[in-house]
Design a protein around this ligand. Structure first.
Ligand SMILES: *Cc1c(COP(=O)(O)O)cnc(C)c1O
Length: 407
C-alpha cells in the first residue's frame, strides 16, 4: 500500500516554519488552523479520562492546562525562537509572573537591568520582594555592574534588549556567560526584536520572554505572552504554575497571535526599514536634538546591535525635541505630538499603525523627576513605534509640529 507522508520535512526555513508549524489538522482538513474555543474536552471514557488527568496519557482535558489552538501557537513560537518548547501566558506580564513563580523562592536573588519594562521592574522589584526575593538593579550596558551584583544566592539574570524608549542594547552572550558561571539562568525579554531579528537562545540565554501583545500579534488586537526554553523547564517547572495559577492564554487570543506569526517576518523587515529611514531623516531635522536608534552609526552600541539583531535596528525610534529648559522641551514635545494627524497617540507599540508617545508622562510618568533623569528620560523625549504607514506620510505628520516649533 502506498502511504503519503504529509508530516513536515526537516530543515525548513524560518519563513516556512512561521506559516506551517502547528498541531495536526482535524478530520475536516482545514487549511487555516482551527480555533478550538472550548473550556473543556469530552473524554471517551472514564479510564482514559483518569490517565489524562494523571498525565500518563496525552490528551486535552481543560483549557487552563492546555488547548490545541494554544499548543499550536506554542509550537510555532518555539520553532521560530529555536527552543525546545514554549508555554503561553495571558499577557507578557503573565509570562514574567509565571517565570518568577516557577524559578524563585524566598532567599533567592535576581540581577535585573534597571532599564527593563516598567511593570517588570514593579513585579520583580516590589511584588516579589514581599515574598523574600531580593533584586539588584544594574546598568543595561555596564557588564561590570552585572558581575559585581552576582551573589551565591543569585538564581536569575533578567535583561531586555533593546530597551524602551532609549533603545540601549546589552550583550546577550556575555550576560549568558556570567549567569552560567554563577549557576544562574539568563532570561531575555525579546519583545522588541522578535525571533526575526534576534534569537537569544542561540546566544546562550536559557529563557526567552515574549509579550505577544506587541509584534507577534502585530495588529494591536489582543494581549498574549509566552516563555520559550528547554522542555524540562517548560513542562516540569512552568506547566504546573500555569495549571495552578491560571495565567492561561485564551484560545481566541492564541489563534490571533498564531496567525500574526505568519506575517511577522515581512512586517518586521518593512517596519525596521521604515524606522531606519525615519531615524536618519530625524537626525537631519533642525528641531531634533538627539535620535536614539540602534541602526544609526551614532548609537553607542551600534556595532553590537547590528551583530546581535541580524543587521536591523528594530522598529522603535526615540528622539529628543530641542528645548532650553525641561518645561520648554516638554512644551515642544507636546506640540510635535499634538500636531500629528496620522500617528496614533498611544503608549502601545508593535502595531501596524505608527504610534507616538511622551515617555516622561506615560510609561515613565510614575517615576520621580530624579529617577527619570537617572534613567535618561527627558521632558523633550518622544517615542515612535513605526508601523506600516507610508514613511512619507509619517514624515509630513512629524514636520507639521517640528517645522513650527517656537524658536
Ligand atoms: C508590553 C511589554 C511587556 C508586557 O507585556 P503585556 O502583554 O502588556 O503584559 C513586557 N516587556 C516589554 C518589553 C513590553 O514592551
Amino acid at each position: 500500500m502506498h502511504v503519503t507522508d504529509r508530516s513536515l520535512p526537516p530543515d525548513l526555513h524560518r519563513d516556512t516554519l512561521a506559516v506551517r508549524v502547528a498541531l495536526e489538522r482535524s478530520q475536516y482538513g482545514e487549511n487555516s488552523e482551527a480555533l478550538y474555543l472550548t473550556s473543556s474536552f469530552v473524554q471517551p471514557d472514564a479510564e482514559t479520562s483518569a490517565r489524562r488527568f494523571a498525565g500518563t496519557e496525552e490528551g486535552f482535558t481543560y483549557t487552563r492546562t492546555s488547548n490545541p489552538t494554544v499548543a499550536s501557537f506554542e509550537q510555532r513560537l518555539a520553532a521560530l525562537e529555536g527552543t525546545e518548547a514554549a508555554i503561553a501566558a495571558s499577557s507578557g506580564m503573565g509570562a514574567i509572573l509565571m517565570m518568577c513563580m516557577g524559578l524563585l523562592k524566598a532567599g533567592d536573588h535576581v540581577v535585573c537591568s534597571r532599564s527593563v519594562f516598567g511593570s517588570t521592574l514593579g513585579l520583580i522589584g516590589t511584588q516579589f520582594a514581599k515574598f523574600g526575593v531580593e533584586t539588584t538593579f544594574v546598568s543595561q550596558t555596564d557588564v561590570a555592574q552585572w558581575r559585581d551584583a552576582i551573589r551565591p544566592t543569585t538564581r536569575l539574570l533578567f535583561a531586555e534588549t533593546p530597551t524602551n524608549p532609549l533603545t540601549e542594547v546589552c550583550d546577550i552572550r556575555t550576560l549568558a556567560g556570567l549567569a552560567h558561571d554563577a549557576g544562574a539562568l539568563l532570561a531575555v525579554d525579546n519583545c522588541f526584536c522578535t525571533p526575526v531579528l534576534q534569537r537569544p537562545a542561540e546566544l546562550g540565554a536559557d529563557l526567552v520572554i515574549h509579550s505577544g501583545t506587541k509584534y507577534l500579534d502585530g495588529q494591536g488586537r489582543v494581549l498574549a505572552g509566552a516563555i520559550c526554553g528547554p522542555s524540562k523547564l517548560v513542562h516540569d517547572v512552568f506547566g504546573p504554575v500555569v495549571r495552578t495559577a491560571g495565567m492561561a492564554l485564551s484560545p481566541f487570543n492564541a489563534w490571533i497571535v498564531l496567525k500574526g506569526l505568519e506575517t511577522l517576518g515581512i512586517r518586521m523587515q518593512a517596519q525596521c526599514a521604515s524606522a531606519l529611514a525615519l531615524a536618519r531623516w530625524l537626525e537631519a531635522q533642525p528641531g531634533v536634538a538627539r535620535v536614539y536608534y540602534p541602526g544609526l552609526a551614532s548609537h553607542p552600541q551600534h556595532e553590537l546591535a547590528m551583530r546581535q539583531q541580524a543587521g536591523l535596528g528594530s522598529a522603535v525610534v526615540s528622539f529628543d525635541v530641542q528645548g532650553e529648559t525641561p518645561e520648554a522641551a516638554r512644551r515642544n514635545a507636546f506640540h510635535v505630538i499634538d500636531s500629528t494627524r496620522v500617528c496614533s497617540v498611544t503608549a502601545n507599540l508593535g502595531d501596524t499603525k505608527t504610534t507616538i508617545a511622551h515617555p516622561a508622562t506615560s510609561s515613565h510618568g510614575r517615576l520621580s523627576e530624579t529617577q527619570r533623569q537617572a534613567a535618561g528620560i527627558g521632558q523633550g523625549l518622544v517615542r515612535l513605534a513605526i508601523g506600516l504607514d507610508h514613511i512619507t506620510d509619517i514624515q509630513t505628520d512629524l514636520l507639521r509640529g517640528l517645522g513650527t516649533l517656537a524658536p
